[in-house]
Design a protein around this ligand. Sequence first.
Ligand SMILES: [Zn+2]
Ligand SMILES: [Zn+2]
Length: 266
Amino acid sequence: MIPGLLRRWGHILGLSQTRCAHCLRPFLPAGDALGASANDDVAGAAAPLCPACRTLFSPYRGPRCPRCGLPTAEARASGQAVALSRPDPESRCGQCLNDDPPWDSLAYYGLYCDALRDALLRLKFDGELSLAPLLGACLLEASRCLPSPDALLAVPQHPAHLRRRGFNQAHELAKALHCLTGLPLRPELLRRTKTGPPQAGLSATLRRRNVLDSFQAAPQAHGLRLWLIDDVMTTGSTLAAACLALRSAGALQVRALFVARTPRHG
Ligand SMILES: [Zn+2]
Ligand SMILES: [Zn+2]
């Protein structure tokens, strides 16, 4: 009774305001007087979203290629208004029919556009690490369709690249997911051994050639079931190269998990 009254007065006085993890505006969490959880959005308590931003961070649930996650042409044409559907194992895109990706399965939260793209760019290029819990919560939501792994790891950056940027956004996301789930984080299992020209702006073929043999996995990956984390998937060539390295070290399963998928192969 008393705590309820105090919370009610806190609301009225604006004392229980919280700050939106995306737009940074203060807002009052959903009314606990109705019994609703204040943290039932994608990010929960770690990164609350205001009502407006909550609608911007809706997941993609439309039809997709079951191997690379590419939205089908019909889904692309009609935006996200396609009915919720399970991936049809027969509906592989042309690229996956030609060249099946090396991962066991993959999952992602949303399409690389609008607020999700904005948040990922702010994390990567503006160094807004405060967005990692929100995007980590997106990973958590996306991962619900995957079997539990032995460990998580991010697609690593080359040490020289890491020194320049100061952080690896994929590792920040893996850390956030580790904090939310308690799953072991094993960054030492994979190293990036080669730098190449930046991937952005390259054709799919050049991207694939660029990252071939760029990774080296540790023998400790042997026998492990892993989730390989990244921020965005475009052609999938980087993820595929990292996955192949883990596979060649004897990893039992590698499942790709990332926040956003570009609506095209890039
Ligand atoms: Zn907001
Ligand atoms: Zn595909």
